[in-house]
Design a binder for this molecule. Structure first.
Ligand code: UN1
Length: 503
């Protein structure tokens, strides 16, 4: 069966109307074979604006539904995702090229955040605060915010939507989603799955709680500039964030930006090298290097360099690269030719700066429009460009260090600040890495890799990663507005700070 045919069958099972899959000019390709698997119609900017207006009407009704009841809708969404995990996971593999366990893992991440949000729906707590005035009570209340704009990237085409939407929905918000142009089919599948949850939920769910915008940059811009969208959560490159951030700031809208990562691991003299090797291999080569949390830099103590790096090179040389749908390879394709070209350019530049490259060549598989590569390990004499930049491909730059302060300096000396890790059995090193003078990233790990975070923690990073936090912990607060309330239940009117104003 061709990939296109399998895609059509999966979409039918997931409940996507066949009619929307052809007749448009947005060609969707599977990176697995490079073949076109659908041609979608794109929305105009005017249609996108109407979608936001409709979602705003939905918000006005949804904000009045009690939080725990809103949680019930997300519970149903989690049930629908469980029921369709196999099909949706497979569709992720087809549209993004992920190996089966990673396609399914992405859907599991959606189910997990739904469970989290259901619990959260009964825990949207505000504080009661001591007031300085007698006969008064002060408290804070969290209210729904409005239409939440979600702009997502190709590499986690459905999980990132779910992190934002599960929280937004229990917080009383509606969602307008602009998926990557490279992965609109998984978005249409999520829309159909969500529609089923809404149907089961019944009449208390307004229409238009979720709108999906299929189109290019122009429809994304509608979300960014629309006065009825008080928060845009955008995942993508730092370049994209530099455009989106100031536009949102201009109209005082909130931004949750989850941008590039240039994540490093430090391997210290006391590291368990077997464990480090496995963690590095998954972190750097998994998902073909196309996670924002992918391990891109390895900073290795000179005393263990010659034990670790030759073993790593062997792992790079022997890793299986190939068709993820056949289920044996560990590394699937890059998303497209541009990703392949970007990788080759970075490798050339690294060589020009004295880098020694292992791997990096294209793997032919009989599909001229599919781009499979051997992951590349590059031993670098120093941390210069392209090491300092994020190249969205499986390249791991390896560098040596002598003393721990130098390792920390190297670690923090890049623009991005998403994820980080240290491999050590020395508690002082581990604690320093996690301390105020240690890793400057939003995620800092010990004896595990940089990627594969669980949904329970807040996800995001500092500096050029954009500063946003999604998913667990108290990330929900970005999706609500806080009101501080003071109630006077006395018969007097004392003013705060001892001010008197007797008329
Ligand atoms: C991303 O690449 O945009 O931590 C998200 C991880 C995944 C999410 C990655 N849970 O690798």
């Amino acid at each position: 069966m061709t990939v296109a045919k399998e895609t059509a069958e999966l979409l039918a099972k997931l409940g996507v109307d066949k009619a929307v899959l052809s007749g448009g000019d947005l060609q969707v390709r599977s990176p697995v074979t490079g073949e076109v698997i659908a041609s979608l119609k794109q929305m105009s900017a005017a249609e996108a604006g109407k979608a936001v207006d409709a979602a705003h009407e939905a918000f006005k009704a949804w904000r009045l539904v009690p939080g725990p009841k809103r949680g019930e809708l997300v519970r149903l969404l989690g049930e629908e995702l469980r029921a369709h995990k196999t099909e949706l996971g497979r569709l992720v593999s087809i549209e993004v090229g992920k190996i089966p366990s990673e396609g399914l893992g992405e859907v599991q991440e959606m189910i997990d955040i739904c469970d989290f949000a259901v619990g959260l729906s009964r825990q949207l707590y505000g504080l009661t605060i001591a007031t300085e005035r007698p006969g008064h009570r002060m408290m804070e209340t969290w209210h729904p915010l409005g239409v939440i704009g979600v702009i997502s990237a190709f590499n986690f085409p459905v999980a990132v939507w779910s992190w934002n939407s599960a929280l937004a929905l229990v917080c009383g918000d509606s969602v307008v989603w602009k998926p990557s142009e490279k992965t609109p089919l998984t978005a249409l599948a999520c829309e159909a799955i969500f529609a089923r949850a809404v149907k089961r939920f019944g009449a208390d769910a307004p229409n238009d709680l979720l709108k999906v915008l299929i189109g290019d940059r122009a429809v994304g811009e509608v979300l960014v500039d629309h006065p009825k969208v008080p928060l845009v959560s955008a995942t993508g490159s730092t370049r994209m964030g530099r455009e989106v951030g100031p536009r949102l700031a201009k109209r005082f809208a909130r931004a949750v930006l989850e941008l590039g990562g240039n994540n490093a691991g430090i391997v210290t003299p006391t590291a368990d090298l077997d464990m480090a090797l496995r963690a590095i291999a998954f972190g750097a080569m998994g998902t073909a290097g196309q996670r924002c949390t992918t391990l891109r830099r390895l900073i290795v103590h000179e005393s263990v360099y010659d034990q670790l790096v030759p073993r790593l090179k062997k792992a790079y040389e022997s890793v299986s690269v190939g068709n993820p749908l056949e289920g044996k390879a560990l590394v699937g394709p890059l998303i497209d030719k541009a990703a392949f070209d970007g990788m080759q350019k970075a490798l050339k530049e690294a060589e020009a700066h004295g880098g020694k490259v292992t791997g990096g060549a294209r793997v032919e598989n009989g599909h001229p429009d599919a781009y499979y590569v051997h992951p590349a390990l590059v031993e670098m004499p120093s941390q210069v460009s392209p090491v300092t930049e994020e190249t969205f491909a499986p390249i791991l730059y390896v560098m040596k260090y002598k003393d721990f302060d130098e390792a920390l300096d190297l670690h923090n000396a890049v623009g991005a600040g998403l994820s980080s890790s240290i491999f050590t059995r020395d508690i002082m090193e581990s604690e320093r890495f996690l301390s105020a003078e240690g890793s400057d990233c939003g995620i800092a790990n010990v004896n595990i890799g940089t990627s594969g975070a669980e949904i329970g923690g807040a996800f995001g990073g500092e500096k050029e990663t954009g500063g946003g936090r999604e998913s667990g912990s108290d990330a929900w607060k970005a999706y609500m507005r806080r009101a501080t309330n003071t109630v006077n239940y006395s018969t007097a009117l004392p003013l705060a700070q001892g001010v008197s104003f007797d008329i």
